[in-house]
Design a protein around this ligand. Structure first.
Ligand SMILES: *Cc1c(COP(=O)(O)O)cnc(C)c1O
Length: 223
């Protein structure tokens, strides 16, 4: 995608975000560093990658001044060590083992790692994420890990076939975050809600998303 189209797409989204407490996270999987840097020049401050290998390959070529890096995809436990010193927020924590490994590696790297817990809000077999009913016990079980700080929740709802199909899931997520916040679990804050992608981010903004994760809506369709 050319830099001019990227700029137009980003400016459109920035206008839609006006008046909301929502930030744009540009999802840059499959995109070359030149396109990522073009987005950064347009004011994007949050970059999200899915795969560790691809993230590492592009990392050196991406402008880092004032930019935060997010790992938004499935993360294998044995890959945590490669990214722990490079990411600001890990969006997709859904197992005790992964939380424990992130905590251990973060402490070794001299940091406390901000994370989100992924919720399987659509109850889909094929998807990662913690089931809604298990969310509170899960948060309680990881709240003792001193190398992580739980900042909120993330979801990837079912693929929508109709407009506004995911609004109910986004509202559900907002409710879950309010309910959990009220429980005041140690080391768990609920100031971040990562939800909404190219096809449904308007609904996510309305429901109270704090990070919309937009890929094709900025860079065009992926091959
Ligand atoms: C690819 C991806 C996105 C962005 O998807 P688009 O539909 O291209 O906006 C958002 N979140 C996650 C976890 C993704 O893997």
């Amino acid at each position: 995608m050319d830099a001019e189209t990227i700029r137009k797409n980003i400016e459109k989204i920035f206008r839609q975000l006006e008046g909301h407490d929502t930030q744009l996270l540009a999802v840059t999987k499959t995109r070359p560093p030149e396109e990522i840097n073009a987005a950064i020049r347009c004011g994007v401050r949050h970059i999200g990658e899915n795969r560790v290998q691809e993230f590492l390959e592009k990392y050196d070529a991406i402008c880092k001044d004032g930019v935060s890096f997010h790992l938004i995809g499935r993360l294998q436990t044995n890959k945590v060590k490669y990214i722990i010193d490079k990411v600001d927020l890990i969006h997709s924590v859904d197992t005790l083992r992964l939380a424990e490994e992130i905590s251990r590696r973060a402490l070794a790297a001299g940091k406390v790692q901000d994370i989100l817990v992924e919720v399987n809000v659509g109850k889909e077999e094929s998807k990662g994420g913690v089931a809604e009913e298990e969310l509170t016990p899960f948060l309680e079980s990881i709240s003792g890990f001193s190398g992580i700080r739980v900042r909120g929740l993330m979801c990837i709802p079912p693929i929508a076939v109709e407009k506004h199909q995911n609004l109910k899931y986004f509202l559900k997520m907002k409710q879950l975050s309010v309910d959990i916040k009220a429980k005041k679990i140690d080391n768990v804050s609920m100031d971040i809600l990562s939800m909404g992608m190219s096809g449904d981010y308007e609904d996510a903004i309305e429901a109270g998303s704090t990070f919309i994760r937009v890929g094709s809506g900025i860079f065009g369709p992926r091959n």
